[in-house]
Design a protein. Structure first.
Lengths: 234, 330
């Protein structure tokens, strides 16, 4: 479904991503894990069009989207939930969700999806009039995910959904991610919290300073000694 | 569902209240003018207030809602002023109200074109860099106008028909405010506000950042051009130096003082700042000093909790005596 071939991204003189290739099939949860500065977010941004790679290509359903602008990629139902949530703080929960449906015109369908998001995140429904900036971290993460769902994603890219959340909330967020995947959305998950990510992932890629070093199914990786040492802390 | 219905009625009443206020303010000014209380001096201040209102509300679109600091608004005003004046002087034969309206529109469109030309490269920059490039743009416009002999150069452009009246200026203020309000409440407006909050999240939601930035910038320039046209036809003579950096800053001060991204605030701040120097005339040489001190005071105490409490109380009092208050549904 999504195929990344020999991706290379530079920040000025610095090579952030050296030569990365991976593939996501329909219906999978793929985890991209790695330590700080491994280049996870850079890959995310390259896929969703926020930065342009030096070379390599990104194919979505057989179509090259490497040179397409970020807001156009959203129309192709490849949606990113950015790192640190980035909700629109001075707008209400409902307005945030409406902005998620910015690319869509059909009001009836949008209203239906709004109900769907509220059903998935009852906490958001309770607070639909509240300003997004006043929500707690976990609620903001839910809002960011709800906003992404409003644009009808076929592939949902989640950048560090566990960042800055309490362990209990992390578990909740991850079970929601699993639910979203079960209802037919392909998920690309970028995580520092390797343990949690590997638990729900079908397959995973481990990234180290701009290169993919290990790949395998979630189960394989969670049990491999290499990963245990490097990322899970022994 | 019920909630939505109530909200709609509320909005209707609000609209009615605004229309009522617009008519009442106009009626009062007209009555006072015919009674002779508003003389030519006061009339001049009122028209200046109107011109500043158009400038401030339009700059609020870029600086307040879009969140991009621009320092060249007077440049767009200058283009509008000169373009409108040039049209009026060249086509003297067209009967009056039409000629004036066409002149203003031409001024607005010319400023808008300039806005597009400067906006496309400038809006790739952010923050201080955008501020500097727009500041430079304002100065470039001023210098070009100074060197063009055909429109008077440094001597100023004279003999522009003085057709601006309070009525015409007032009408354009209302048009500007209504347009900006409608734009902000629309889908496009939501996009503009979102860009000011978070560009990455906006783009991730499918908002075309470049398009909306340029759109807001061009509309702001258009209304600045209209304000320039009104100014030219009020003064009868325009000079490039009027539209310098100081004018841009003056407009920006009003936007910031009124609260960025607030139309009501911008209107109140504009009226206050335009009238203030006139009221301080009795202090003669201390005038500018008092003006500055007042500005600093307002900025310092605007967010003071005590002042906020006072403002809240005032708001509640206004709500209490509001004759259009909707009855609580049971």
């Amino acid at each position: 479904m999504l195929k990344v071939n020999n991706l290379k991204v530079n920040y000025g003189m610095i090579e952030a991503i050296k030569d990365v290739s991976f593939e996501i099939n329909q219906g999978e949860i793929i985890a991209l894990i790695g330590a700080n500065g491994a280049g996870k977010t850079t890959i995310m941004h390259a896929i969703s069009g926020l930065i342009k790679p030096v070379s390599g290509s990104i194919m979505l359903n057989g179509q090259d989207i490497t040179k397409i602008q970020a807001h156009e990629i959203v129309r192709k139902h490849l949606i990113q939930v950015p790192e640190r949530r980035r909700v629109f703080a001075s707008q209400s929960v409902e307005e945030n969700l409406q902005l998620g449906a910015f690319t869509r015109k059909d009001k009836v369908e949008i209203a239906k999806d709004m109900e769907m998001v509220y059903a998935r995140f009852p906490r958001l429904k309770e607070r639909y009039k509240q300003l997004a900036g006043t929500l707690s971290g976990g609620e903001q993460q839910m809002l960011a995910m709800g906003r992404a769902l409003m644009s009808k994603p076929e592939i949902l890219i989640l950048d560090e959904p566990s960042m800055g959340l309490a362990p209990l909330l992390v578990a909740e967020i991850f079970s929601i991610i699993k639910d979203i995947n079960k209802s037919g959305t392909t998920v690309l998950l970028v995580e520092q919290n390797a343990k949690m990510a590997l638990k729900i992932a079908d397959r995973a890629y481990v990234l180290e300073t701009g290169n993919i070093v290990v790949t395998g199914t979630g189960e394989e990786l969670i049990n491999s000694d290499e990963i245990k040492k490097a990322y899970l802390g022994g | 569902m019920k909630k939505f219905k109530l909200k709609k009625i509320d909005n209707k009443k609000k609209t009615f209240l605004y229309i009522f206020m617009i008519v009442v303010i106009y009626a009062i000014v007209m009555a006072l003018t015919s009674a002779g209380i508003i003389n030519r001096y006061y009339n001049g201040i009122l028209i200046t207030v109107c011109i500043n209102l158009i400038l401030v509300v339009s700059l609020n679109l870029t600086t307040g809602y879009l969140g991009q600091l621009t320092l060249g608004h007077a440049g767009f005003m200058a283009i509008g002023a000169y373009a409108a004046a040039y049209f009026s002087k060249t086509f003297m034969t067209i009967p009056q109200p039409f000629s004036f309206i066409i002149a203003l529109l031409i001024g607005g469109v010319m400023a808008m074109i300039a806005g597009l030309i400067i906006g496309v490269p400038a809006l790739r920059l952010k923050g201080d860099y955008l501020a500097i490039i727009t500041l430079g743009f304002g100065e470039v416009i001023k210098t070009i106008l100074l060197s063009m002999a055909i429109i008077g150069g440094a001597k100023g452009y004279i003999g522009i028909p003085r057709v601006t009246t309070f009525t015409s200026a007032y009408v354009f203020v209302i048009i500007t405010i209504v347009f900006v309000c409608l734009l902000i409440k629309s889908r496009h407006g939501r996009a503009i506000i979102s860009i000011s909050e978070d560009e990455i999240a906006s783009e991730a939601s499918g908002i075309n950042i470049v398009k909306y930035k340029i759109m807001a910038f061009a509309f702001a320039a258009f209304f600045a051009g209209i304000a320039g046209g009104i100014y030219a036809h009020y003064m009868g003579i325009i000079e490039p130096k009027t539209f310098g950096f100081n004018k841009s800053i003056e407009i920006l001060v009003m936007v910031v003082l009124g609260g960025m991204g607030s139309i009501n605030g911008a209107v109140i701040a504009t009226i206050a700042i335009t009238i203030l120097p006139e009221m301080l005339r009795s202090l003669s040489q201390y005038r500018t000093l008092m003006y500055a001190v007042t500005l600093i005071g307002v900025m310092l105490y605007k967010y003071d909790p005590r002042v906020q409490v006072l403002m809240c109380k005032a708001k509640m009092f206004c709500a209490k005596i509001n004759p259009f208050k909707r009855k609580e549904a049971k």
